[in-house]
Design a binder for this molecule. Sequence first.
Ligand SMILES: N=C(N)NC/C=C/[C@H]1O[C@@H](n2cnc3c(N)ncnc32)[C@H](O)[C@@H]1O
Length: 436
Amino acid sequence: MFKKVDDSIRMHQEDEDYTNPPEEFIGLSDFTSCGSDQLSFRAGDRLLVHTKTSADWWWAELGGLCGYVPSSYLKQDVEDSYLKQGVEEDTSEETSEDPWQDEEYFGSYGTLRLQLEMLSDRARTETYRQVILTNSAPLRGKVVMDLGCGTGVISLFCARLAQPKAVYAVEASSIAEHTETLVRQNGCEEVVTVFQGRAEELELPGTVDILISEWMGNCLLFEFMVESVLQARDRWLREGGMMWPSGASLCLVPCQALDYYTERMGFWEQPYGLDFTALQSLAQSEFFSRPRFSHLLQPEDCLATPCDVITLDMLTLHVTDLEKLRGQFTFIVEKAGTFHGFTSWFRVQFQSLERDKTTLELDTGPYSEPTHWKQTLFMLDGPISLLGGETVSGIILLHRNPVWRRHMTVTIQWRISSTEETGNCMASILYLLGVN
Ligand SMILES: N=C(N)NC/C=C/[C@H]1O[C@@H](n2cnc3c(N)ncnc32)[C@H](O)[C@@H]1O
């Protein structure tokens, strides 16, 4: 999907390298530490960066205190504009200063490649078709807004499978120029009207009864198109109207990832009979210091029963809630295995328009048909052997990036606690993972 500014997991670095003189950076925005080894600061603070331990997490000092800070919250005090960490060098004024990166974002969605990827995702597209089909009766005479309609497939489902009064198909990318043709070619021009532009900037003929959108990104929120959906809800959805999806959950599970670990880390043990283990710390930083968005988790690699860590009600959620979302979890390890990391995915629900009728759901997890989102794998600093019976508990924090508005930092704080039958003291390990 949309090219990611350097998403990475901050790693624990045991040996700090202080050979380079510290560099002074300025805080772009307030940052509140969410772990014992992070350093809080305020916008305008001048920090001394001693070590750029990874692409997104640096070891810095402020007022005599040291700790990890997110590089995306900092800029150097230089005359010309400072390009953010992870965004490629770009001459156009627009890209380096547009916090929504809309030129790049809508540019990518204007390609058939991405539209084909979403349309080819059978589980995704068929779920939306089923939602329309099973609600065709109550959809009669209603006004529908399809936000981010792309090729207009959902709008065409509405017009072909139900008898709505009108469908407003809203699309900001250049694909909208073709959507008009598709609407006419499928004989739906009486019902479906295409509006090309950002939903936030458009004038619609009036309020709508249903706001349907396929807005979800990796880890549910990446891309933050959800903000556009909430803004459109507040502006166009009538009182008592329906949001589709009506609800969304972010799911998490501790897991094994032996194939990935072996492929990227084990490989250096003895390639062609040679000892390349000296490269393993680089491999850790290069491969495991960013979420793996294209992971396909096998059910047998789940070490516990997955759980919903964050749940959103699309009728009551506010844009301001998106700045910081927090969830808790407690997993009971159900089998012996190697704890390589956590895998996350999402589920979205579509409440029926008719009271006490079935709510439909799109589940992008390992026990359902794979989707183009696949799942997201967060690797640990190093694998941990588990016997089964342990408890893995902790919290997950999603902090929206204050500068790059389509990005977020995901921090997972967790501990393993296992008490022997003999009542030994609690053995606990505390690790901190941060994803930018
Ligand atoms: N990532 C997945 N799977 N789905 C995301 C789906 C994104 C689609 O919605 C459009 N879109 C996103 N935000 C807006 C907006 N504010 N106004 C109008 N159109 C918009 C994009 O151009 C894509 O075609």
